[in-house]
Design a protein around this ligand. Structure first.
Ligand code: ACO
Length: 422
């Protein structure tokens, strides 16, 4: 039997019955009852702002799938570029399609010299790399006169290719600038992730990158490539809905990602672990979190009320990396925190489990990234997801410019008072 919901407006006795499909009913039902009726839903806890065919997430069951494929299978068998293709195109590429896509991305990794000389060089010496990343992604759009031609598919495909190819170069540039190191040009013989590591850390003429570390980077990129309607992706869609160009939208999405409650959490996790300092301080730290004196960073999620499946894969990847780099000394503190929290009623009752950020920072640190690069490492692969949502939104006939309503609680009309009389 088809599921329906009946809403009765007790003020008027008017009622409306609408279908529930996959747990969703249309808000047009409320407009039918009364066009001025509003749902008050701060932080969109009960609002599906769009339909999407990109990523499926079941937070209670700890399931994450891109275009139907379980994240565990993609992390084990795929590569980031193949996953990016999947997110953007809906299906896994054939061998020819993947070869062309890889060739195209690899051959669009360079950045206009002015970007480096005039733009990146203009930052203060200690600028946060995420601030540099956000602004340089926006600035990149000014180099392409077809950037705004978003309803022209070949033009939009070009921007997509450019963004995915160039964000690692911009990220590495921001890092090398902050270290006072000369920039490293992209190396076409390397994979996407190996090339990024090379642009980050190359010293002298050696372009070799440890394959275990390159694979770990690629897995982390796969895990971060999309996560449906989170804060950053929602920002991407909202900006796209005004038909802004994808560079400006990706810069806005990156800004949303920057905050410590979102992509900034992995940086906050490492800072927290450093502050805890040693195993014997773990119980006192957990106690302080329970007393409301801060949060256990890397724990909890709006949607996952179970172990974040990405955290499981990351934890395993961490051991592969540590086998090459040596163990990150903060790992023991992280393990002890996890063990303590998962046994503690406070965390159990609130269904707080490790999220993707709990272990990722430890790997990044072992790979040699400073903590202020962590959110940039999230933004690189998420660019693929953002662009998939950008294109999906533009093609969705049910969408219009995003424009939520508000519940006004300010003062009623009052007369202006001259300053001398206040
Ligand atoms: N440590 C301690 N308590 C927590 C934590 C935490 N990490 N997360 C949630 N809680 C508590 C809250 O205090 C609240 O308790 P209460 O009911 O007694 O008031 C309860 O759990 C529910 O928390 P909310 O803040 O309502 O949950 P929400 O869904 O709004 O927040 C969020 C989710 C922001 C991720 C939150 O869990 C958090 O701040 N975690 C730490 C930051 C973090 O790791 N962010 C990364 C998320 S993953 C990502 O963005 C890639």
């Amino acid at each position: 039997m088809a599921e329906t919901i009946t809403i009765i407006d007790d003020r008027t006795g008017k009622k409306v019955t609408v279908p529930i499909t996959d747990g969703v009913f249309p808000s047009s039902a409320l407009r039918e009852l009364d066009p001025d009726l509003r749902v008050y839903d701060p932080a969109y806890l009960s609002t599906a702002a769009c339909s999407s065919a990109i990523t499926y997430l079941d937070g209670d069951a700890g399931i994450l799938r891109y275009r139907g494929y379980p994240i565990e299978q993609l992390a084990e068998k795929s590569t980031f570029l193949e996953v990016a293709y999947l997110l953007l195109n809906g299906n896994l590429p054939t061998a020819d399609e993947l070869a062309k896509w890889t060739y195209d991305v690899t051959h669009h990794t360079m950045i206009h010299e002015n970007m480096r000389k005039r733009f990146v060089d203009g930052f203060h010496y200690d600028a946060h790399p995420m601030g540099m990343f956000i602004s340089s992604v926006a600035a990149l759009g000014t180099f392409y006169d077809d950037a705004k031609d978003i309803f022209n598919k070949p033009a939009l495909d070009r921007q997509t290719l450019r963004l995915i190819a160039k964000v690692p170069t911009l990220a590495a540039m921001a890092y090398r600038f902050s270290k006072g190191l000369s920039f490293v040009q992209p190396e076409n013989s390397l994979s996407y992730s190996a090339n990024f590591l090379n642009m980050m850390f190359k010293i002298g003429n050696d372009d070799t990158v440890d394959p275990v570390l390159a694979r770990a980077m690629d897995i982390l990129f796969i895990l971060h490539a999309d996560h449906e309607q989170n804060c950053g992706t929602t920002a991407m869609r909202v900006i796209a809905s005004s038909n802004a160009d994808p560079y400006s939208a990706a810069a806005g999405a990156s800004a949303a990602l920057y905050g410590p409650l979102h992509g900034g959490a992995n940086e906050a996790v490492v800072r927290m672990l450093e502050e805890i300092g040693s195993l014997e301080n773990v119980p006192a730290f957990i106690q302080s979190v329970k007393e409301g004196k801060g949060r256990l960073m890397g724990f909890g999620h709006r949607v996952y009320k179970n172990y974040d499946p990405r955290a499981t894969i990351i934890k395993k990847t961490a051991y592969d990396v540590f086998a090459v780099t040596g163990k990150n000394p903060l790992l023991d503190i992280a393990l002890k925190l996890e063990e303590t929290a998962l046994k503690d009623d406070y965390f159990v009752q609130r269904k707080l489990y490790p999220n993707v950020d709990f272990y990722s920072g430890l790997i990044y640190q072992a790979l040699g990234f400073p903590v202020d690069m962590f959110t940039v490492l999230f933004a690189i692969p998420r660019t693929a997801g953002w662009l998939a949502h950008f294109a999906e939104l533009l093609g969705d006939k049910e969408q219009k410019i995003s424009r939520p309503r508000q519940w006004y609680k300010g003062p009623d009309e009052r007369d202006y008072v001259p300053i001398a009389a206040r």
